[in-house]
Every structure is written in C-alpha cells, then in structure tokens.
Design a protein around this ligand. Sequence first.
Ligand SMILES: Nc1ncnc2c1ncn2[C@@H]1O[C@H](COP(=O)(O)OP(=O)(O)OP(=O)(O)O)[C@@H](O)[C@H]1O
Ligand SMILES: CC(C)(CO)[C@@H](O)C(=O)[O-]
Length: 251
Amino acid sequence: MTDIEIIVPINISGIWYPIYDYDIRKRGSIGLSLVLNPSILVIPSKKEESKIIFNGNEIHNFPNLEYLRKLGKIQLNIKSEIPLGFGYGMSGAISLAYALASHELYNINLQEALITAHVSEVLSNNGLGDVIAEYYGGGLVYRKKPGAPGYGEVEKISVDWDVICSKPISKESTEILIKTKNENALRYISEFLSNKTLKNFFFLSRKFTEELGFYSPYPNSFRKKGLILRLKECDEGWIKHTPAMNGASVH
Ligand SMILES: Nc1ncnc2c1ncn2[C@@H]1O[C@H](COP(=O)(O)OP(=O)(O)OP(=O)(O)O)[C@@H](O)[C@H]1O
Ligand SMILES: CC(C)(CO)[C@@H](O)C(=O)[O-]
C-alpha cells in the first residue's frame, strides 16, 4: 500500500459527436457533458500483477487493462458510490486513475500515461471523451476538440448550478454510442452555445439522446445509455451530484 490517494470525477455526456482520426491520440468526440461528484476514490499500489478491485471485488474482463498494464503493474483499490457500465464514464475514470498512478508509482511520463488512458478507452470501445473531461473537469464541459489530454481541448462553461440527480437503470455496452453518429449533434452544440444554461443543456441532451432511442419518463431529464439524469428533482434512492470543478487530483 502507498499513501497516495487519487480522486477522479465521473463524466456524463449529453451530446456527443464521434470524430475519427488516423492518429488514435486525436480520435475521440466533441460534445457537451457534466463532470460530477461523487468521484471515485482510488488507492494504488505496485503489485506482481495489474488488478482492478472495485468496492472490494476484482473486476475481471476490463478490456482497457490490456493497454493500461503497459504503464506498469499496478493494483487499484477503488471505492465508488457509482456503478460500472451504466454510462457514468466509469471506465474512463478507472483508466485515468491508472495513468495517474503510473506517474506517481513508476515515474511514467504524465503525458504518455494520459494518452494511454485515452487510447485504452478508444480501442476498447468504452469511451471517446471521458478521460479528457475527467482530467480537466469540471461542471459543464464543452469538448471542442477531440482527443487525449494534450491533443483535445475542453472548455469549462460557467452556469448557475441546480440540483442534479441520477438513477442507474440498466447495464449496457458503450459500443453503440460510439459507432452511431447523429449529425444533429453539431447543431445542438451550437444551440447550447448561444444559450448556456443547465436547463438548455438538459433540453438539448434529451432531444439528442431520444434521437438515439433513449427515453426518460421524467421532465427536465434525459437518458444516457443505462442511466437517467434529472434536473431539479431528487427522489429517494437517487444519486445526488455536485459539479467537480477541478477534475482529477492526486493527494
Ligand atoms: N461487473 C461489471 N460490470 C460492468 N462492467 C464490467 C464489469 N466487469 C467488467 N466490466 C467491463 O467494464 C467496462 C465498463 O465500461 P463501460 O464503458 O460499459 O461503462 P461506463 O464507463 O460506466 O459507461 P460509459 O463509458 O458509457 O459512460 C466494460 O468493458 C465491461 O465489459
Ligand atoms: C461515447 C461516450 C458518450 C461514452 O460515454 C463518451 O465517451 C463521449 O461523450 O465521448
């Protein structure tokens, strides 16, 4: 065990537009997302084998690990209120934690480590824009250029905050979100940029996700993959979110 503790926020995209580039470091998505708490809390340690322990249980078949283990043999002990596989950008958060751990434990070049985290997401079909959003933070984020940290570009958009809650409803694969390109995404992003409010983000994210076949029964909400994100209203049993303004951190 080490004294290092890594904190990584979650990322929930509302609108995304996949962009292919021959250079994997520049592949990703542009879009709008919310970088939020609760974050994951990660204790890394050097070990004989790379391992991801999630709330006490080892995660087997985490495809990102095939790429991440090149950064060094690390065990991550993760504490998380957020489940894996519902659409909270958790695979990106775990990969980013692994990259930051490799820099701390093995002195791996930070930029190389961050690229590996992003590439592990892209090549595993688990995400396009989560790593860069979670690295920089925070709150409402506009990913204006796709790619890994250092290649892509994010802008934090300042908005008046309000109560936001989510409910995980089903575990689903991310692949369909990556392979489907909804051309309206670009129009919705520019509609948001001319009226930058949380309400408008929810309104446009709902339009966008409905066009992909994801429906939410609640007002001021949208469904992203296997979760519902809702503005203003928090029923019992829902997860309460606050903006994670500064992105990932190491303590
Ligand atoms: N017990 C498990 N539950 C969910 N996923 C698991 C589990 N064990 C391994 N996995 C793998 O972890 C990865 C989860 O990544 P996935 O992209 O589906 O989740 P997410 O990060 O929560 O969602 P998104 O990237 O769409 O926001 C998948 O590759 C999945 O196969
Ligand atoms: C593809 C995606 C929606 C999966 O969460 C996300 O990574 C994004 O916005 O690029």
